[in-house]
Structures are given as C-alpha cells and as structure tokens.
Design a binder for this molecule. Structure first.
Ligand code: AGP
Length: 605
C-alpha cells in the first residue's frame, strides 16, 4: 500500500505536497519522492527514508511551481532503493507519475517496451506506466488520451497521478481498485489516496470511481468514464477438447497448470506475502476484520470448508462456512467487522449472489473468489480475486475447485501476515504452494492405474468417502463428484470420526470405502477408521502419502500422493478422486461432460 498526492492551482505545489504526503506515511514509508514543475524548470527529489528527514531542505528550495505530485512507498515490486522510489519517468524525462497498486502483467509489458527500445531505470512495475504513456503520446498530444490507452493494457489495480512537461497545465489521475480522491477549492485541485492529505485545504471532494480518468486544470476539471472492455481471457482452444475424449478429463489434466496460474505474480517470497491485487482496496478493512464467513454452493462450499480450517489454524481469524442457500433465511449475525467471502466458479449462482446481497445490506464487506471475469458476483462484491483457471466447460467443477483451494491458501497468508503469522511461516507456506504444480503432475502420471481402479470398482453401487480435518471437505467433494458424474452410483461423504456413530451399519463387502488418509495430524485416527471398515469386511481404497509402508497391509487398494503441508494436502488428495469419478462415469457409459439433471451454473434459487 502506498500513498500518492498531487496539486494544481494558484499556490506553490511543494509545501502542499510535503504536508499532505506526511499525513499518508501510515500507508508506507520506506521511501518517498516529489516532482513539481513550472513553465521553465522542474523540481525532482527521490529518497530512501522518511519525508521528515528532508522536509526542511525541500522547502528551503522555495521552488515556484504550481503543479506537482508526490509519493510515499511501501515497496511491493523492486527493492527499497532511491531508483525504485516514485515518481517514475519515461525515456525523454517528460512524463512523471506516481502509482499506488500492483501491475500484475508488468513483466510482459516491460519485455515488449524494452523490445521497442525503451530504457528502464528502475525494477518497479510502475515504471511500465511511464513508458506506455510515452508510446501513446507519440501519435497524439493529449496526455489524458495517452493515459487512457495505456491503462487498457494494464492488469492489476492502480491509483495514478500523471504530469507531462509537454502538457504542463494539466494533472491527470485515474483509478482502478485503489482509493483516489479529488479535492476542490477555488482555482485549485488536490488529489490524494486519503482525505487526510487535503483536509487542511478543502472539504469538498470527489471520490473517483473505478475506470474513471480525471483531467484537472486550474480552471476546471472533467472526468472520463472508461467502460471497461472486458477481455475474454480464454483461448478458443479452451473451448475444444485438445485430444481428450471429454472436457472433464481435459480440465482435470489442466489442474497443475491451473495451480500455476493461480499463484503467478501473487507470491512475494522476500516478504513472505501473498500479493492479491484485487484485494488492495479492501486491504485496510481486512486488517481490522474480526470474523470471516465463507459461503458458496456445492463444490464451491467444500472449498470454503477447507478455507475455514486454513484461516483459523494459520491466519488465526474466526471463520465459519455457511450454505449460501440457507444464509439469508436464518437471520445471520453480521456487522462491519465481518467479511463475507463468496466462492463461485461461474459467478452467477443465485443462492450465492443473494447471500452477498444480504451481507451487503447488513454492512459487511464482501469479497468474491470467482473464475468468470465480469460475472455478477465479481461485479457485486466489494473486492475479490479471480481464479484465472480459464474456461471450465465440464458441468462438474474440477480444475476450478483446485484453483479455489490454491487461492484460499494464498488468502490464508494474505490475512495471516496482517495478523500474527510470522515472516518465516509465510515464506514456508508460499514455498510449499509453489511446489504444488509439479506434485500435481506426479499424481496425474498415475491416471492409468486410477482408470484400472475405476474398472475394478464399477460393479459397486454404493460408496462412502471418509476424511478428517482438512480432508473431510475432500470426502464430501469426492462423493459429490462420484454421484454427479457416475450417477448410477450413490456416494456419501462422512467425517472419518463419524463412521462409527451409525453409518458403519451399512458396511459389508458390497460397500467400498474411499479413505483419504495423508500423513498428517489425524492419520492415526484415519487408520483406526480404516481398521473399523476392514473389520466389517468393507473394501478400502486409500489415498495416502508417498512412503506410507503400513497401508498395504490395511487397504485393498492404494493411491499415493506426494508429501506437502497438511493444509495443502486437499489440493493434491482431490486429484485422484476427480479422475476416479470421471473414469467410473465412462466405465458406466455415461456422458461425464453433461450429467443428467445438472447445469453448469444454477441461476435460480
Ligand atoms: C460442482 O461439480 C457442481 N456442478 C455444483 O455443486 C457447483 O459447484 C455449484 O452449483 C456451485 O457453482 P458455482 O461454483 O458456479 O457457484
């Protein structure tokens, strides 16, 4: 989080910028910078450290320039150095800008700009803005138009203030997902990330909205509303099977790639932080929340149940999962200290949408974890994170579920590091998350074996799935996948410790039990459950961690998954269950892409 200020009007800008920026140092203070200009010269200073160490020297210059910008930095991309402090400029040193936010696609943009001959002097993402604007100013002379074109290339969030020596009578600002206010007074304008920076000069403010660009001159201002051009972010190949017999299989085999996409550009190993740009504008509120409610339907809700365990164990934030279709009918207790996290692949599920609206009515912050860009839930929540899992055509949620779990793990670090999670723990979790794509690939290499298991178990018409703690939701998800895809079979997910409290009456040799029993804190308890099943002649298909030697004596069949952190095991343990359901559905001659009675998105309550 950084702070930006700007001024254009009838007074020298520097004293106003310095005073205003000092009020924003709570947003970050590892370095700072100012740029001010008049018709014949300019003032530029960037330093590591606090403004107060340089305030006197800056004001002693008595620089006479009525237009300027300032920035106080909390480094995200690029070390804490003078060259990485803002403002940043273009090759010709004509355009100067300050930025609060994160450009998620800055590497690819930077590569293109360097290829076109641009010289970068910093390691930041922000500098990309300056060179993009420089490019667009080559074929027009209006700064705001060049800014508008540049912003279309940006993925991420921003609040920026831009000035140009070629257009000196103008301050251009824009925002998407990060706060920006415009203060109005007679013949002058102020801009800042927070009202504190301008309250001494004016109380009349305009809150710029997302996708708005404002042009400020000493005489007047106008706002351009940029209707965001939603980009379909999937390729036509995603709408094809690419050699697979079914979309569901293709999408299960995309699960390693989906984990990679979920984490790309979102891990800051140095600081042990998860960078979720779409949550930037809610960052302050998220630092103060006292409770999280996670809601969703079906598979999305099961992802939320894993998130509940993660948030409470590692982020130390009280968390509860609510069935979206029940939520608003049971009069939930909500307040401004509660945040509702809605999980939905389609972003259109009516039950989940209504839960969001109820939470908003009661004053809670709402976040969305959504796959479909621009969907209703993405638009109606206050902030959120996109899965970036690409198009999911199979009616059964598979890769989107794996993506949801991955982002929930990132969100655990994001929330935890705002609370008691140490740098070391943050780094540890992120390092393990980063290994998941190749671990998932290792599991998929067992697909032929899992297909054989599906053939072996295709005669059975009833299954129980057992799991505990992080893998109880996976027992629910595995059983849902089986019954919705191989719908001639009934399957029930049960918490491993519950089998002995009744359901065990069902067990005999015609009632296989899938036991998810990785080497975690409840493995011994799961082993007891397996023994209880075996003592009733039940067949056991066990999902265990590589290296588990004793399981061969206990279970009838075993699928091994690689070792990882306990909180991350669901991301791996679900993969064989998705494959098992798909192959069993095919074994029964069913259409696994379009199971009977189902729809990809349930848009009715
Ligand atoms: C998942 O396999 C099911 N098709 C279903 O439970 C689905 O997860 C649920 O309807 C929620 O959909 P959403 O994620 O699009 O909101």
């Amino acid at each position: 989080m950084c702070g930006i200020v700007g001024y254009i009007g009838k007074r020298p800008a520097l004293p106003i910028l310095v005073a205003g920026l000092k009020r924003l140092e709570y947003r970050g203070y590892d370095s700072f910078g100012f740029f001010a200009l008049n018709d014949v010269s300019h003032f530029l200073l960037k330093k590591v450290g606090k403004i107060s160490e340089w305030e006197e020297k800056i004001l002693e210059t008595d620089f006479k320039g009525n237009l300027g910008i300032g920035h106080t930095r909390w480094a995200t991309t690029g070390e804490v150095t003078e060259k990485n402090a803002h403002p940043h400029w273009d090759c010709n040193r004509e355009i100067y800008l300050v930025h609060n936010g994160i450009i998620e696609n800055y590497q690819e943009l930077k590569k293109d700009l360097v290829r076109e001959g641009h010289c970068f002097v910093s390691d930041t993402d922000t500098e990309v803005f300056s060179h993009l604007i420089e490019e667009y100013l080559k074929n027009q002379n209006k700064l705001e138009e060049a800014v508008r074109e540049a912003l279309k290339k940006i993925k991420g969030n921003y609040a920026i203030a831009v000035v140009s020596k070629r257009d000196p009578g103008k301050l251009v600002v824009a925002r998407l997902g990060a706060p920006l206010l415009i203060g109005l007074s007679d013949g002058e304008y102020f801009i800042a990330s927070d009202p504190a920076a301008m309250i001494s000069y004016t109380r009349q403010v305009i809150n710029l909205d997302d996708n708005e660009i404002a042009v400020l001159t000493p005489q007047n201002h106008f706002v351009l509303k940029e209707k965001p051009i939603e980009r379909i972010d999937w390729e036509i190949k995603e709408a094809q099977k690419n050699g697979f017999s079914h979309f569901m299989l293709k999408e299960i085999f995309e699960e390693p790639e989906v984990i990679t996409e979920a984490i790309k550009g979102r891990i800051d190993f140095e600081r042990g932080l998860a960078r979720l740009g779409g949550l930037e504008q809610a960052s302050e509120k998220l630092s103060k929340i006292e409770r999280v409610i996670i809601t969703g339907c079906g598979t999305a809700r099961y992802a939320g149940m894993v998130g509940e365990y993660m948030f409470e164990e590692y982020a130390k934030v009280p968390t509860k999962v609510e069935v979206a279709s029940e939520f608003r009918y049971r009069n939930p207790l909500l307040d401004e200290k509660t945040v509702l996290l809605a999980i939905s692949q389609s972003g259109e599920t009516a039950d989940t949408l209504e839960a969001i609206r109820e939470a908003k009515r009661r004053g809670s912050l709402t976040l969305g974890l959504v796959n479909r860009v621009g969907s209703s839930i993405a638009r109606e929540t206050d902030a959120g994170v996109y899965n970036r899992a690409g198009l999911e055509i199979g009616v059964a949620a598979t890769k989107s579920f794996v993506s949801q779990l991955t982002i929930l793990a990132l969100l655990t670090v994001f929330l935890g590091r705002k609370r008691e999670m140490s740098l070391v723990m943050g780094r540890r979790i992120l390092e393990e998350i980063n290994k998941l794509p190749q671990l998932a690939e290792r599991i998929l290499k067992q697909s032929d074996f899992i297909k054989e298991l599906a053939e072996k178990y295709s005669e059975y018409r009833n299954f129980i799935y057992l799991g505990r703690k992080y893998n109880f939701p996976i027992a629910l998800e595995g059983s849902l996948k089986l019954k919705e895809i191989a719908w001639k079979i009934h399957a029930e997910g049960i918490c491993g410790g519950e089998i002995k409290h009744g359901p065990i009456a069902l067990l005999d040799e015609d009632f296989p039990v899938v036991c998810i029993a990785p080497s975690d804190s409840v493995y011994e308890k799961m082993r007891n459950a397996i023994e209880e099943v075996k003592s009733r002649n039940g067949k056991v298909l066990a999902i265990v961690t590589e290296g588990n030697r004793e399981i061969k004596e206990l279970a009838d069949d075993v699928v091994y998954i690689p070792k990882t952190l306990e909180m991350l095991t669901p991301i791996l343990s679900v993969i064989p269950l998705h494959l098992f359901a798909a192959y069993l559905g095919l074994e029964l001659g069913l259409d696994i892409d379009k199971p009977r009675n189902l729809a990809k998105s349930v848009t009715v309550e």
